[in-house]
Design a binder for this molecule. Structure first.
Ligand code: AMP
Length: 143
Protein backbone atom coordinates (compact mmCIF):
# COMPACT_ATOMS: atom_id res chain seq x y z
CA UNK A 1 0.00 0.00 0.00
CA UNK A 2 1.37 3.41 -0.98
CA UNK A 3 1.00 7.04 -0.01
CA UNK A 4 -0.77 7.52 -3.36
CA UNK A 5 -3.59 5.17 -2.30
CA UNK A 6 -4.20 7.26 0.85
CA UNK A 7 -4.17 10.52 -1.14
CA UNK A 8 -6.61 9.04 -3.69
CA UNK A 9 -9.04 8.35 -0.83
CA UNK A 10 -8.64 11.57 1.18
CA UNK A 11 -7.71 14.07 -1.54
CA UNK A 12 -4.80 16.45 -1.96
CA UNK A 13 -6.12 19.29 0.20
CA UNK A 14 -3.43 20.62 2.57
CA UNK A 15 -3.86 23.40 5.12
CA UNK A 16 -1.08 25.92 4.48
CA UNK A 17 -0.10 29.20 6.09
CA UNK A 18 2.17 32.13 5.25
CA UNK A 19 5.35 32.32 7.37
CA UNK A 20 4.49 35.95 8.30
CA UNK A 21 1.15 34.94 9.89
CA UNK A 22 0.87 35.07 13.68
CA UNK A 23 0.59 32.08 15.98
CA UNK A 24 -2.93 33.32 16.84
CA UNK A 25 -3.86 32.97 13.14
CA UNK A 26 -2.28 29.50 13.04
CA UNK A 27 -4.15 28.41 16.19
CA UNK A 28 -7.45 29.63 14.65
CA UNK A 29 -6.76 27.63 11.49
CA UNK A 30 -5.87 24.46 13.42
CA UNK A 31 -9.04 24.75 15.51
CA UNK A 32 -11.35 25.63 12.60
CA UNK A 33 -10.11 22.75 10.45
CA UNK A 34 -9.77 20.32 13.38
CA UNK A 35 -6.23 19.39 12.40
CA UNK A 36 -2.92 19.11 14.25
CA UNK A 37 -0.41 20.69 11.89
CA UNK A 38 -0.12 23.23 9.06
CA UNK A 39 2.44 23.29 6.28
CA UNK A 40 4.23 26.64 5.96
CA UNK A 41 4.37 27.75 2.34
CA UNK A 42 7.63 28.56 0.56
CA UNK A 43 8.09 29.96 -2.97
CA UNK A 44 6.53 28.03 -5.88
CA UNK A 45 4.44 25.75 -3.65
CA UNK A 46 7.53 24.46 -1.82
CA UNK A 47 7.56 23.50 1.87
CA UNK A 48 9.29 26.14 4.02
CA UNK A 49 8.39 24.50 7.33
CA UNK A 50 5.73 22.82 9.42
CA UNK A 51 3.91 24.13 12.47
CA UNK A 52 2.08 21.72 14.76
CA UNK A 53 -0.09 22.26 17.83
CA UNK A 54 2.91 21.10 19.89
CA UNK A 55 4.99 24.03 18.60
CA UNK A 56 2.26 26.45 19.72
CA UNK A 57 2.05 24.83 23.18
CA UNK A 58 5.84 25.09 23.51
CA UNK A 59 5.79 28.78 22.47
CA UNK A 60 3.01 29.57 24.98
CA UNK A 61 4.99 27.81 27.70
CA UNK A 62 8.13 29.84 26.85
CA UNK A 63 6.70 33.29 26.00
CA UNK A 64 3.28 33.28 27.70
CA UNK A 65 0.29 35.03 26.11
CA UNK A 66 2.62 37.26 24.03
CA UNK A 67 3.57 34.14 22.05
CA UNK A 68 0.34 34.46 20.05
CA UNK A 69 1.74 37.63 18.40
CA UNK A 70 4.92 35.84 17.34
CA UNK A 71 5.20 34.77 13.72
CA UNK A 72 4.86 31.29 12.32
CA UNK A 73 8.36 31.77 10.86
CA UNK A 74 9.86 32.22 14.36
CA UNK A 75 8.21 29.06 15.65
CA UNK A 76 8.00 26.49 12.85
CA UNK A 77 10.21 23.45 12.30
CA UNK A 78 12.39 24.15 9.25
CA UNK A 79 13.93 20.75 8.62
CA UNK A 80 10.81 19.02 7.33
CA UNK A 81 10.84 15.28 6.60
CA UNK A 82 8.71 14.65 3.49
CA UNK A 83 7.64 11.66 1.43
CA UNK A 84 6.56 10.98 -2.15
CA UNK A 85 3.33 9.45 -3.48
CA UNK A 86 5.19 6.30 -4.56
CA UNK A 87 6.49 5.62 -1.00
CA UNK A 88 5.05 2.73 0.98
CA UNK A 89 2.93 3.41 4.05
CA UNK A 90 5.41 1.36 6.08
CA UNK A 91 8.21 3.74 5.05
CA UNK A 92 6.12 6.73 6.20
CA UNK A 93 5.34 4.97 9.51
CA UNK A 94 9.08 4.45 10.03
CA UNK A 95 9.73 8.16 9.39
CA UNK A 96 7.04 9.15 11.90
CA UNK A 97 8.38 6.73 14.52
CA UNK A 98 12.02 7.74 14.04
CA UNK A 99 11.25 11.50 14.06
CA UNK A 100 8.53 11.35 16.76
CA UNK A 101 6.11 13.41 14.67
CA UNK A 102 2.62 12.68 13.36
CA UNK A 103 2.53 14.51 10.02
CA UNK A 104 4.47 14.03 6.78
CA UNK A 105 3.94 16.36 3.80
CA UNK A 106 3.90 14.68 0.39
CA UNK A 107 6.00 16.35 -2.31
CA UNK A 108 6.49 15.89 -6.03
CA UNK A 109 9.71 17.55 -7.31
CA UNK A 110 9.81 19.70 -4.17
CA UNK A 111 6.21 20.87 -4.64
CA UNK A 112 3.58 20.16 -1.99
CA UNK A 113 0.93 17.72 -3.23
CA UNK A 114 -0.62 16.37 -0.02
CA UNK A 115 -0.11 15.47 3.63
CA UNK A 116 -0.29 12.19 5.54
CA UNK A 117 -1.15 12.14 9.24
CA UNK A 118 -0.71 9.29 11.68
CA UNK A 119 -4.52 8.98 11.67
CA UNK A 120 -4.49 8.39 7.90
CA UNK A 121 -1.80 5.72 8.32
CA UNK A 122 -3.68 3.90 11.10
CA UNK A 123 -6.94 4.02 9.07
CA UNK A 124 -5.22 2.59 5.97
CA UNK A 125 -3.46 -0.17 7.93
CA UNK A 126 -6.74 -1.18 9.64
CA UNK A 127 -8.56 -1.35 6.30
CA UNK A 128 -5.71 -3.46 4.87
CA UNK A 129 -5.77 -5.85 7.86
CA UNK A 130 -9.56 -6.20 7.66
CA UNK A 131 -9.43 -7.01 3.96
CA UNK A 132 -6.64 -9.58 4.53
CA UNK A 133 -8.66 -11.19 7.35
CA UNK A 134 -11.77 -11.35 5.13
CA UNK A 135 -9.78 -12.93 2.29
CA UNK A 136 -8.37 -15.56 4.68
CA UNK A 137 -11.83 -16.30 6.14
CA UNK A 138 -13.29 -16.68 2.62
CA UNK A 139 -10.41 -18.96 1.67
CA UNK A 140 -10.88 -21.17 4.76
CA UNK A 141 -14.69 -21.25 4.35
CA UNK A 142 -14.33 -22.20 0.69
CA UNK A 143 -11.83 -24.99 1.24
P1 AMP B 1 3.41 16.51 15.45
O1 AMP B 1 3.64 15.20 16.17
O2 AMP B 1 3.26 16.31 13.96
O3 AMP B 1 2.35 17.33 16.07
O4 AMP B 1 4.79 17.36 15.56
C1 AMP B 1 5.68 17.25 16.66
C2 AMP B 1 6.91 18.13 16.35
O5 AMP B 1 7.56 17.67 15.15
C3 AMP B 1 6.63 19.61 16.10
O6 AMP B 1 7.74 20.37 16.57
C4 AMP B 1 6.53 19.73 14.59
O7 AMP B 1 6.89 21.01 14.08
C5 AMP B 1 7.54 18.69 14.16
N1 AMP B 1 7.16 18.02 12.91
C6 AMP B 1 5.92 17.62 12.54
N2 AMP B 1 5.94 17.02 11.34
C7 AMP B 1 7.23 17.02 10.94
C8 AMP B 1 7.92 16.55 9.77
N3 AMP B 1 7.28 15.92 8.78
N4 AMP B 1 9.26 16.76 9.68
C9 AMP B 1 9.92 17.38 10.69
N5 AMP B 1 9.35 17.85 11.80
C10 AMP B 1 8.02 17.67 11.95
Amino acid sequence: MTVRSILNAKGADVATIDPRASLADAAHMLAARRIGAIVVKGPANSVAGILSERDIVRAVSTYGAASLDRTVDETMTREVVTCEAKDSINAVMEKMTAGKFRHVPVVDHNKLVGIISIGDVVKARLAQMESETRALQDYVAGS
